[in-house]
Write a protein that binds this ligand. Structure first.
Ligand SMILES: [Zn+2]
Length: 241
């Protein structure tokens, strides 16, 4: 039987494990809330702890809900606007072309017979073109940040822009490449600083202050403005690769 907690109108599933030492809380893709707890954790203590995390949970759920729908759903017709690094480029549907999707620095050219699977081709384009750009960009910040990541990857992170993985690996969401460089830089620096300070401690934000003094502006711009650049949110991406 599943053990649950009801707090603040939300249901949390409790998953106990003998290997677990500290309490943890996750919001998974479908919005399910899970509390990870040591085997012998006291239920009242769990309830108090979850209560103290409610604000964070609500923020996560709101963000998830927003990211589920893209700001605008492209129809893939000629003349439409697609963003790359915050600049808008026009789309042109063409009949004859060697590859499904091509970019000449001014226009995106999409082959007519590939229109139905356009999101897949765009995702591939952002991942390939963006990956080269991103590696250079991360490298350009390493010196100032004083950290060098073990590996840099661009992939599908769902609702997150970036994350810091094992062995100093940094992972970024390919959808990020639609946003202006100053916002991508914020995400890059945010993750680079995590390589020296895993959590958002006062020390963490002091380091951010030093490396990117206007990070607060960029952070709030990212939180409030990202939608205007997003043709490819989480909802309308391609599930099949
Ligand atoms: Zn962080």
């Amino acid at each position: 039987m599943t053990e649950t907690l009801n707090i603040g109108g939300l249901e949390f599933e409790i998953r106990r494990s003998s290997r677990r030492k500290k309490l943890g809380l996750t919001v998974d893709r479908s919005g399910e809330l899970v509390v990870h707890a040591p085997e012998d954790a006291d239920k009242e203590e769990l309830a108090r702890w979850v209560h103290s995390k409610l604000l964070w949970v609500h923020q996560k759920l709101a963000l998830k809900q927003e990211m589920t729908r893209a700001a605008y759903q492209p129809e893939f017709v000629s003349g439409e606007t697609i963003f790359y690094l915050g600049r808008n480029y026009r789309l042109k549907i063409v009949d004859d072309q060697d590859s499904p999707l091509r970019f000449d620095g001014h226009w995106f050219f999409l082959r007519r017979k590939n229109v139905a699977e356009a999101p897949k081709h765009f995702q591939r384009w952002y991942s390939e073109t963006g990956s080269r750009w991103l590696h250079k960009r991360v490298a350009s910040w390493e010196h100032r940040a004083g950290t060098v990541p073990g590996q840099v990857t661009l992939g599908d992170l769902g609702y997150r822009w970036g994350s810091c993985g094992k062995k100093g690996a940094l992972h970024f969401n390919w959808r990020l490449l639609q946003l202006p460089v100053r916002l991508v830089d914020y995400v890059i620096v945010h993750e680079l600083v995590h390589l020296q300070e895993r959590n958002h401690t006062p020390e963490y934000w002091r380091t951010m202050d030093r490396i990117l003094p206007d990070w607060r502006d960029r952070k709030s711009e990212l939180e409030t403005g990202w939608q205007s650049y997003m043709a490819f949110g989480v909802e309308n991406d391609c599930k099949k690769k």
